[in-house]
Design a binder for this molecule. Structure first.
Ligand code: 5RP
Length: 223
């Protein structure tokens, strides 16, 4: 079992009957969905789930988990997802899989937000290994790019094959690199204030706990 699987199994063991559980997107989230489905089958765990993407929804459906739509819920017991980067203050970078809008909405809707990572995701600062993804309104991307440049950001439209990448919400993605001296929370506030950004990949003040798999054991950091 690799560290992603290990941490997913660990988190799935924490889920209790009666919970409404938000499902993240990505390879670690997939392991979590599989572990939950197994507990439902083998232990008769009674849960309902809400998916953060079409991919997770299809996986949950295939595994016979009971799905509810985002539009049907008033909140979640817990949202469980992976991350691309985790800073020491538990600010996250997410969205390299391009489903960050629903992911952030569900992370905020959860009474708790558990983040599942392996050691490779721990960084000193957000943006260390990857540019920060921004979902932008297609008609406004050039204006957003200028607003980002004004705070030192260099944004490039994400490509897909020969064309531009379009998200499931019809937005474009500007992957944007910033000055390393800008810390994640400051950047989060600056980006929140730019019109035309539908949502960006910095998740600040949302994390409840990080479960990190490393060499066969799980380290837990709670807020
Ligand atoms: C998708 C995400 C994923 O959680 C993130 O990319 C981590 O993926 P993985 O678990 O495959 O390493 O933010 O938008």
């Amino acid at each position: 079992m690799n560290d992603k699987q290990l941490v997913a199994e660990y988190a799935a063991q924490r889920i209790e009957s009666g919970m409404l559980v938000g499902l993240g997107t990505g390879s670690t989230a997939n392991f979590f969905i599989e572990a939950l489905a197994r507990r439902q089958r083998e232990e008769n765990l009674q849960i309902e789930v809400v998916a953060s993407s079409v991919v997770s929804m299809l996986k949950a459906q295939q595994l016979d988990l009971t799905l509810r739509g985002v539009e049907q819920i008033g909140g979640l017991d817990v949202y469980v997802d992976g991350a691309d980067e985790v800073a020491p203050d538990l600010t996250l970078l997410k969205g390299r899989g391009s489903d960050l809008v629903r992911e952030k909405i569900l992370a905020k809707a959860g009474k708790a937000f558990w983040v599942l990572i392996d050691k490779s995701k721990q960084v000193d600062r957000i943006g260390q290994n990857f540019p920060i993804p921004m979902e932008v309104m297609p008609f406004a991307w050039q204006l957003v790019q200028r607003s980002l440049a004004a705070i030192g950001g260099v944004g490039t439209l994400r490509k897909s094959g020969d064309g531009l990448f379009v998200t499931s919400h019809g937005s474009l993605v500007l992957d944007t690199a910033f000055d390393p001296d800008l810390d994640g929370k400051t950047l989060n506030n600056l980006l929140d204030a730019i019109p035309g950004i539908v949502e960006h990949g910095i998740f600040a003040d949302l994390t409840s706990a990080v479960f990190c798999g490393h060499q066969g054991s799980v380290e837990e950091t709670a807020v």
